[in-house]
Write a new protein. Structure first.
Ligand SMILES: [Zn+2]
Length: 223
């Protein structure tokens, strides 16, 4: 069974455990004050097929591009916007300088070429940032993968590898760094416990602001 990441455990004076899968594909657990972690885990395990089904529903939700890939449309890269410019038979399919130059010969399929380009750029940028924050967190990831995840910016594997969605590279650098730190800290602390957030806070005291930014603006990071 795949590991189910628990985003938050909310304890209150309730009698039963309730599970909620939020629209951004995270699991929130509401539990009585005294229920043990082992008991909560057991409930999650029992409900795992229902949870997985909910996650799948969210991930299969159509993801409408808000672009028509015409000149002047804005595309984001590390938080800066670049107007798209079509060049006749450009040297490369996609090239970024002050603008985002797209060669006319990829025109019927601009979105896919852009996606590929974002993926490559994400790999370079995120790898470099992982290396830098490895020193700060003390965790060197076993692998760094770029995924096509639509609703999860990053994740951490059982084997100490980290994954990031290529979409993240559209966000400002400080937001990318937050997700990198979040996943690297997960290598040593796989849950979202107080201990986890304390570790994140030590490296990045303003992580809450960055996290909020992603919550509020994440849906805009779409090509
Ligand atoms: Zn996490």
């Amino acid at each position: 069974m795949k590991e189910i990441p628990v985003e938050k455990i909310i304890r209150s004076r309730r009698r039963t455990i309730a599970l909620e899968v939020t629209p951004d594909a995270t699991l929130v657990v509401r539990a009585p004050l005294k229920s043990s972690a082992a008991y909560i885990e057991e409930i999650i395990r029992r409900k795992s097929s229902w949870i997985q089904k909910k996650f799948d529903e969210i991930n299969l939700r159509p993801f409408f591009p808000n672009h028509e890939y015409t000149e002047g449309e804005l595309f984001f890269f590390l938080g800066r916007s670049y107007p798209l410019v079509i060049v006749e038979n450009g040297r490369r399919a996609i090239e970024r300088s002050d603008r985002l130059y797209v060669s006319s010969d990829v025109r019927p399929d601009i979105r896919n070429h852009l996606k590929r380009w974002y993926r490559e750029e994400a790999k370079k940028e995120i790898q470099a940032r992982c290396m830098w924050f490895s020193m700060k967190t003390g965790h060197i990831p076993a692998t760094i993968n770029i995924t096509d995840a639509k609703h999860r910016w990053g994740s951490c594997t059982h084997r100490g590898g980290v994954n990031f969605s290529w979409r993240l590279i559209q966000a400002p650098p400080e937001i990318v760094d937050y997700v990198v730190v979040h996943e690297l800290v997960h290598i040593g602390q796989p849950d979202h416990s107080k201990k986890f957030w304390t570790k994140v806070g030590k490296i990045m005291p303003d992580y809450q602001q960055r996290r909020n930014w992603l919550r509020e603006n994440g849906h805009l990071l779409n090509i």
